[in-house]
Design a protein around this ligand. Structure first.
Ligand SMILES: [Zn+2]
Length: 92
């Protein structure tokens, strides 16, 4: 699917339609010292190591692509609900 780089949509902070730059949401780096990560690391020791089943291969062939829209006037970011796509392309 082709997506324009800039679209005119409603900004909740400006309370009007304004130009937004469009980019793709990317998951941030997971913190190694988060409580869940530390607990999992501890529980992996000993007999019966892994806590939850390891995913060998995914059933899905596509990924949900979440769009990030940033207001050019106030820099407020809104997220568009992700839809399943094989390929996402930004138009020039
Ligand atoms: Zn705005």
């Amino acid at each position: 699917m082709k997506v324009p780089k800039e679209i005119n949509v409603y900004c909740p902070r400006c309370k009007k339609h304004s130009l937004h730059s469009v980019s793709l949401y990317k998951k941030g780096k997971e913190r190694a010292l988060a409580i869940g990560a530390r607990r999992h690391e501890r529980e992996k020791h000993g007999y019966g190591g892994q806590k939850w089943p390891e995913l060998k291969r995914t059933a899905k062939t596509t990924k949900k692509q979440l769009l990030k829209l940033k207001c050019k006037e106030c820099n407020y970011t809104i997220y568009r609900l992700g839809i399943r796509l094989r390929k996402l392309q930004f138009e020039a």
